[in-house]
Design a protein around this ligand. Structure first.
Ligand code: H79
Length: 434
């Protein structure tokens, strides 16, 4: 007898595919990590990493004054980069709420910002036609009932037992924290119109950890789906035992080569520019334009999405490095986005030799095949596509629709590329399939 996977909702795979359609078509989104930690400017986990007490962390609340916050600018920058959805940290692990919650005083409206920053984000991005996602942290280092565990600033050493934590957690009541999360998620999914994505972060079941029972994950997910029936939810509630306990997988900060194994699933890789999610002034590990394009292309080429993070400064702006990176992606996307949107991996019959260093995407509706040239051919501009003679009817560059002449020989196609590489880090050939 096969054990049936447990199911929470009555949705068929086809119905799910329909619900997910805009998201799989979109392929590219913006993550925004913004909170009090932007002022520390040394990682969004700074409170935990440096074991800062809530009392000492208070200086960031007192000094929070984002005088350059203008989400209309953010939205324009996201749109120009080709991003179709955006997910904002309504609350990160530090517990600070960017929205005007009835259930806490630890919120933007009580700082010098004096406004509901989530509301302004939603209005600005919606006005640009960008879909709206809310990140909400399950971890909360500020709430008095959130029990101290291995993620917490007051955590004990790695070999501490559950019993060692018990005295620290005397008087804390996770059921009250569960209620708090329900209340806030209800606010977020009631007060801001249609919300397209819910991004919860994260479970770490096991010793000194927290899992679905600690969060009340089943109730939370039911509430989310009830309030926003079309919403798309990530996989970090620790509900892997259900066939429908989540909508998509979330490989975090992995290399392009690690994305191949997700083919055939719904997935989104979340990535940073420089390693941290919150604004980090002194981080010198910024990815190159090529690395960022690689992540975007490799995602589409394996049937997944890329959500690329910006950590705005404490003043509420994208810093120059983030803007430069977004501009370069926008330059490439403006010319080449047809190889990303609505695309996925091609059928096996179009497989090409590894040595060509080409990543392929495929649009099943238009029957176009896209070749991303990670290495531009140096052999007098000739590119041989083995066994392609009967497969294609026309070839052009994607960026300018300029014809690429070709010959067929022994079943192969030989493309005649210009010797001069087009002005894109990774040029794209568009093949019209027979
Ligand atoms: O919000 C961003 C990050 O702050 C958050 N997710 C993205 C989207 C994130 N940070 N780290 N992680 C997710 C994974 C962290 C795992 C660890 Fe641990 C934290 C390893 C050690 C501390 C939890 C506690 C898992 C093991 C011990």
């Amino acid at each position: 007898l096969h054990a049936q996977p447990k199911q929470l909702f009555k949705e068929t795979p086809n119905e799910k595919a329909k619900r997910m359609e805009w998201w799989t078509d979109a392929r590219f989104g913006m993550f925004i990590h913004w909170g009090l930690y932007a002022q520390a400017a040394r990682h969004e986990w700074v409170k935990q990493r440096e074991r800062i007490t809530t009392e000492n962390y208070q200086k960031y609340f007192d000094h929070f004054n984002p005088d350059e916050f203008d989400p209309k600018k953010w939205a324009k920058e996201a749109k120009a980069a080709g991003m179709k959805y955006a997910v904002l940290t309504t609350k990160h692990h530090e517990g600070f709420c960017l929205f005007d919650s009835k259930y806490t005083d630890y919120k933007a409206t009580n700082t010098q910002a004096k406004r509901d920053l989530v509301k302004e984000f939603v209005d600005a991005f919606r006005a640009e036609g960008i879909k709206i996602g809310f990140y909400y942290s399950l971890i909360d280092w500020h709430h008095p009932d959130f029990t101290i565990d291995r993620t917490h600033p007051q955590r004990l050493g790695g070999d501490a037992s559950e019993a060692d934590y018990a005295p620290l957690n005397k008087g804390k009541d996770m059921s009250k924290y569960r209620q708090y999360m329900q209340n806030q998620i209800k606010e977020l999914l009631t007060n801001y119109g249609k919300i397209d994505i819910m991004w919860l972060d994260f479970s770490y079941p096991g010793k000194n950890g927290k899992g679905h029972e600690d969060w009340g994950s089943v109730e939370l997910l039911k509430l989310i789906r009830k309030l926003q029936p079309g919403i798309i939810v990530d996989n970090r509630l620790d509900l892997n035992n259900y066939s429908d306990g989540y909508d998509f997988e979330t490989p975090e900060q992995v290399k392009p080569s690690e994305l191949l194994k997700y083919k055939g699933k719904y997935w989104e890789t979340c990535q940073t520019f420089s390693g941290s999610w919150g604004y980090y002034r002194d981080e010198n590990t910024w990815k190159t334009h090529r690395q960022l394009l690689d992540l975007l292309i490799t995602s589409a080429a394996n049937g997944g999405n890329l959500i690329l993070n910006v950590g705005p400064t404490a003043r509420g702006e994208f810093d120059y490095r983030a803007n430069n990176a977004l501009d370069s992606i926008g330059y490439w996307m403006h010319a080449n986005n047809k190889s990303i949107y609505n695309c996925t991996y091609p059928p096996d019959t179009y497989k090409l030799p590894e040595a060509l260093d080409i990543k392929q995407t495929y649009n099943p509706e238009t029957k176009k095949l896209y070749l991303h040239l990670f290495t531009y051919p140096s052999n007098y501009g000739k590119l041989v596509l083995p066994g392609y003679a009967d497969k294609i009817s026309y070839a052009q560059f994607l960026h300018d629709a300029s014809e690429i002449l070709y010959k067929t020989e022994n079943g192969d196609v030989i493309l005649e590329l210009p010797k001069q590489k087009p002005p894109y880090e990774i040029p794209v050939i568009e093949l019209f399939l027979k």
